[in-house]
Design a protein around this ligand. Structure first.
Ligand SMILES: [Zn+2]
Length: 302
């Protein structure tokens, strides 16, 4: 019988939280003479709601974590539980939620966490100042804009919360997590500096995006976001008003996400003789994605 162990790097003995699973693992060893599976591997299993959080956790946890994205594809605003998601959470020791009112978390997370009472829950939004969703259109509730991670300073707060969770779970590796956190936050600060510097001399400050995922970005950098969706919902009427708005604001680029129906953005772009460009708010490679978006945004603001 071949024994399979997760991870090559041994982790120091640690934490009280894991005692139960360690006990089970020992029982398993006695019975089968072998330790198998990921649940008793060397790494801390961390489940996160959306892909950008994967980079945050991975960069802080380094070799000591194993990250699973729960809503890896599809729209996090509406999602059903799958057996894969339930299994991932059942096997994880920590769950990092966005915490800003993403539909999946509002509707499904409580049920999901029921399957694992011992899990350490990290609310990444703790300390982030929430702003209302798409304020000028949204007549209904005062529900917050969930897309907090799209502003690098918010991302830094989220990374700190994630680090605190890992330290709580695994205090013996505190120094490792703090060092990783500080390295990554420095990269986020560099990104933030680059955005501020690039936008400093730009006089056109208004951009248009299909799904309003850039409200925090706009607020952080003194820009105005116009969205095609109203209050985060697909446009119901024709696009005349939005096209007028685009013309009034000298819009030449309509941003949309790979997940959205491209047609409304194409209709608007063609009406204003502009073009459609993509921003994926759910990309897993957060920093490089934001850098690429900045480059495109600068072109759009020329
Ligand atoms: Zn969204």
């Amino acid at each position: 019988m071949v024994c399979v162990r997760g991870g090559s790097q041994a982790r120091q003995p640690r934490r009280v939280v894991g005692l139960v699973s360690v006990g089970l693992a020992l029982a398993l060893v006695v019975v089968t003479g072998c330790v198998t599976g990921t649940s008793v591997g060397d790494r801390i299993g961390v489940a996160v709601t959306i892909p950008p959080l994967q980079e945050f956790v991975q960069r802080v946890g380094g070799d000591l974590v194993d990250v699973t994205v729960i809503v890896s594809q599809g729209d996090p605003h509406e999602s059903r539980l799958t057996s894969g998601q339930v299994k991932a959470v059942a096997e994880a020791e920590m769950y990092a939620k966005v915490g800003s009112g993403i539909e999946f978390e509002l509707l499904q997370l409580d049920d999901l966490l029921e399957t694992n009472k011992d899990i350490v829950l990290v609310d990444c939004s703790e300390g982030v100042e929430l702003i209302p969703m798409d304020g000028e259109h949204n007549g209904e509730s005062g529900s917050p804009d969930p897309h907090i991670w799209m502003s690098p300073p918010n991302a830094a707060i989220m990374v700190r919360n994630i680090c605190d969770g890992l330290v709580r779970l695994d205090p013996e590796n505190r120094d490792y997590y703090l060092a990783n956190r500080d390295t990554y936050i420095q990269e986020l600060e560099d990104l933030d500096g680059r955005i501020r510097q690039s936008l400093a001399g730009v006089s056109k400050r208004t951009f248009m995006v299909y799904h309003p995922s850039l409200g925090y970005f706009a607020a952080e950098y003194g820009l105005t976001m116009l969205s095609v969706e109203e209050g985060g919902k697909e446009p119901t009427g024709d696009l005349t008003r939005t096209i007028e708005q685009a013309k009034e604001n000298d819009i030449t680029v309509v941003f949309t996400s790979p997940l959205s129906d491209p047609r409304p953005a194409e209709v608007i772009a063609s009406a204003i003789r502009g073009e459609v460009r993509y921003i994926d708010p759910l990309a897993a490679d957060y920093i490089s994605n934001m850098r690429a978006f900045l480059d495109t945004l600068l072109e759009a603001l020329e």
